[in-house]
Design a protein around this ligand. Structure first.
Ligand SMILES: Nc1ncnc2c1ncn2[C@@H]1O[C@H](COP(=O)(O)OP(=O)(O)OP(=O)(O)O)[C@@H](O)[C@H]1O
Ligand SMILES: Nc1nc(=O)c2ncn([C@H]3C[C@H](O)[C@@H](CO)O3)c2[nH]1
Length: 329
């Protein structure tokens, strides 16, 4: 089946009335919708997209889209180039409970025109797994907590967990940046809490080494992970990584203090192993990576063992380090 493309004009986002266009491709084996600006349509296979649009019965709509996208593309000045390509993306990496969300909140309040993209933990805790008949014959929705299932029976659920965590991370991070970010005079920055890379090179790898993912599952995981990165990697490409580093004992303390019910059974030994994976990937650089660009990404290490929450001076110091890091990217 040939892919059919449709352009949908979305929101005016920049001063020169650049419109974001969602290109939706319908058919088999085609990637999900992408958000791109009109000039990218015109320069990156956009002609094909527009030509194919005429396959739709609603030719009028297609023509309108075309006229508007062409005129928008013309009005783009070089300074207001494709806003999406101007976005700098960094991920915050680090052990469980090291303080990534806390640090991300600090960044968000210090730099309101940055966007923090949180880890989709609540999605892992609430998977709608269908409807069953209730006792009074009324349908009831059942919800699975995959995070809990993974911690309770890692042998059984780790592979399933890694498929869902990776997919949900990618889906969340592929969301178009908010308009306020694109309107910003300064370079728009998106800060991801973890990435599709830590999914593979920290957690999935660790589960494989622990024997919770068997060699067949590991081969399958790596196969589709590489495909996803090849297909979508450029849309979530990282310019930098911030590594929040703390001794596993400190993370254990914080994990206990936070008291997330699913993590009740987490042992220090597990955090030790995750710490080693982080060190191999981000400090020693001895993890075997499969993506050239990933090998080149600069890493900023921050000492997350310090208690910065009630110390404005320390907070300022952290933020300044972040800003300097960004400026150099
Ligand atoms: N620098 C810090 N000093 C003291 N306590 C901290 C610090 N950073 C985080 N905490 C506390 O540690 C706990 C875990 O922090 P947080 O939820 O930010 O970790 P996280 O790295 O995002 O966790 P996860 O790996 O589960 O996503 C929270 O109770 C938080 O208040
Ligand atoms: N197995 C596994 N794979 C992942 O990719 C992954 N990412 C996060 N987590 C766990 C850590 C926290 O408990 C909780 C929130 O970060 O979820 C993961 N666990």
């Amino acid at each position: 089946m040939s892919a059919i493309y449709r352009c949908v004009l979305f929101n005016r986002v920049s001063k020169c009335n650049t419109s974001w266009i969602q290109v939706m491709r319908f058919g088999y084996n085609v990637p999900p919708p992408q958000w791109i600006t009109p000039d990218r349509i015109l320069t990156q296979g956009g002609n094909a997209a527009i030509t194919r649009t005429t396959n739709l019965s609603n030719v009028t709509m297609a023509n309108k889209s075309r006229k508007r996208s062409v005129s928008c593309a013309r009005c783009l000045s070089s300074s207001a180039e494709d806003a999406a390509t101007r976005v700098k993306r960094v991920s915050i990496e680090g052990n469980i409970a090291v303080g990534k969300s806390t640090f991300a909140r600090l960044l968000q309040s210090a730099c309101p025109d940055w966007e923090v993209v949180a880890e989709p933990v609540s999605k892992w805790q609430n998977i709608d797994s269908g409807t069953v008949k209730g006792t009074d014959a009324s349908p009831q929705t059942t919800v699975s907590n995959l995070l809990q299932m993974m911690y309770q029976d890692p042998q059984r659920w780790s592979y399933t967990f890694q498929t869902f965590s990776c997919m949900s991370r990618l889906r969340t991070q592929l969301q178009p940046p908010p308009a306020r970010l694109l309107r910003s005079e300064r370079t728009p920055v998106q800060v991801y809490e973890r990435s599709i890379y830590s999914d593979r090179y920290i957690f999935a790898l660790n589960m494989f080494e622990l024997g919770c993912i068997n060699s067949t599952e590991w081969a399958v995981y790596q196969d589709w992970h590489s495909l996803l990165v090849e297909q979508f990697g450029h849309q979530v490409e990282l310019e930098g990584i911030i590594y929040l580093r703390a001794p596993p004992k400190k993370c254990m303390e914080r994990l206990g203090r936070r008291g997330r019910p699913e993590e009740k059974g987490v042992k220090l030994d597990y955090l030790d192993k995750l710490h080693v994976q982080h060190e191999r990937w981000l400090v020693e650089k001895s993890t075997e990576l499969h993506f050239e660009k990933l090998k080149q990404i600069p890493v900023l290490q921050l000492d997350a063992s310090v208690e910065f929450q009630s110390d404005p001076e320390l907070q300022e110091e952290f933020i300044q380090k972040m800003k300097n890091f960004f400026a150099a990217l």
